[in-house]
Ligand binder design. Structure first.
Ligand code: NAD
Ligand code: AHE
Ligand code: ZN
Length: 369
């Protein structure tokens, strides 16, 4: 079939809106009509050329929601008409990783997913016979896309696509980092670096679990008001801090953070996030994705004296199990999404979503089909 999609032809170039050919689902695959997709900083990261796994041409996008239109042979958990959220972290429930409660990183299709192809090693997308790569196993910047069955969470039918698509990455990553990865306790003190589409969800996750102090750190003062609405108690603009940021944050939190979250993707802020943690027990969770070749560093003494450095992908969530529950939380009013979606646009205007992100004018842009 033909479908409309935004194609990334080369690093640094705007996406091109094109008619793309899409092959139907093979065994254990599902054809999904994407109704809405968010634009995450990770899409911009890959488009910039900084992603060591970045491939071109490709159809980016990993924060979607849509409707099952056709299922391949052997698919048992989904049927046409089901509402779904694509998962860049699948959940096969059979691999060594799925069977280990310590991780959410299902590895059953990770190699082919990273190579931009379906589990059988081929792509379903092409333009005039030339292969176009899948991205993160999801390729939600296409009106229709094909995914493995294990990469789809079935969700309730009454949830609005243009809001719950954000659960496909940003919401789950931020809220999940607090609940699943940090397992932060009520009464804790936390510092959140970066108050964008991920950081605000960390803030709302911290409020949900009953944190006492939620410090937000961002260079952009325009992020302050919204972060306060989600529960931030203190705002710090590093440009306005005299002297070093780390001792300032340690002082502000009365000895250091119980938990810190890096939601930017810079080695410098990753180091600051670790070092503002409390001696003896503070844990720093890296969420931000850093570019190819970048490395983190700190004095080992920081770890010797009880701080720990951790990381999280997709907020530690097991998508087929956890995503439907997060959709329920949204529908029950336990978490907010609506006010974080600052812009909505048609596919033809998707490049504007990247401009708004780079200009610091949006939290989340959502493309509707
Ligand atoms: P975003 O662009 O919406 O937000 C980034 C925020 O950081 C902005 O508010 C910006 O003003 C602020 N910022 C930039 N440099 C700063 C600095 N030096 N000091 C303080 N603040 C600074 O991006 P996002 O969509 O929230 O994504 C954030 C990061 O998380 C990205 O690196 C993205 O790739 C990553 N991410 C990771 C996962 C995961 O599973 N680990 C999931 C989603 C996104
Ligand atoms: N491909 C990059 C890393 C990108 C990355 O870390 N992706 C996160 C999700 S970001 C979503 O916005 C992730 O899930 N990582 C785990 C995984 O298996 O990809 C690189 O550096 O190679
Ligand atoms: Zn993302």
């Amino acid at each position: 079939m033909d479908t409309r999609a935004a194609v990334a032809y080369k690093a640094g170039a705007p996406l091109s809106i094109e008619t793309v050919q899409l092959e139907g689902p093979k065994p254990f695959e599902v054809l999904v009509e994407i109704m809405a997709t968010g634009v995450c900083h990770t899409d911009a990261f890959t488009l910039s050329g900084d992603d060591p796994e970045g491939l071109f041409p490709a159809i980016l996008g990993h924060e979607g929601a849509g409707i099952v239109r056709e299922v391949g042979k052997g698919v048992t958990s989904l049927k046409p008409g089901d509402h779904v959220i694509p998962l860049y972290t699948p959940e096969c429930r059979e691999c060594e990783y799925c069977l280990n409660p310590k991780t959410n990183l299902c590895q059953s299709i990770r190699t082919t997913q990273g190579a931009g192809v379906m589990p059988d090693g081929t792509s379903r997308f092409s333009i005039n016979g030339e292969k176009v790569h899948h991205y993160m196993g999801t390729s939600t910047f296409s009106n229709f896309t094909v995914l493995p069955e294990i990469s789809l969470a079935k969700i309730r039918q009454d949830a609005p696509f243009d809001k719950v698509c954000y659960i496909g990455c940003g919401v789950t990553t931020g809220v999940g980092a607090v609940i699943n990865t940090a397992k932060a306790e009520p009464g804790c003190k936390a510092v959140v670096f970066g108050l964008g589409g991920i950081g605000l969800n960390v803030v709302q996750g911290l409020r949900l679990i009953g944190a006492d102090q939620i410090v937000g750190v961002d260079l952009n003062p325009a992020k302050k008001d919204l972060a306060e609405k989600y529960g931030m108690t203190d705002f710090v603009n590093p440009k306005e801090v005299e002297g070093d940021l780390v001792p300032y944050l340690v002082d502000l939190t009365g000895g250091g953070a119980d938990y810190s979250f890096e939601c930017i993707g810079h080695p410098t802020t990753m180091r600051q996030a670790l070092e503002c943690c409390h001696k003896g027990w503070g844990e720093s969770i890296i969420i931000g994705v850093a570019g190819a070749g970048q490395e983190i560093s700190t004095r080992p003494f920081q770890l010797v004296t009880g701080r720990s450095w951790r990381g999280t992908a997709f907020g530690g969530a097991r998508g087929r199990t956890d995503v439907p529950k997060i959709v329920d939380w949204y529908m029950d009013g336990k978490i907010d999404i609506d006010h974080m979606i600052t812009h909505t646009m048609p596919l033809e205007e998707i490049n504007t979503a990247f401009d708004l992100m780079h200009e610091g004018k949006s939290i989340r842009s959502v493309v509707t089909f």
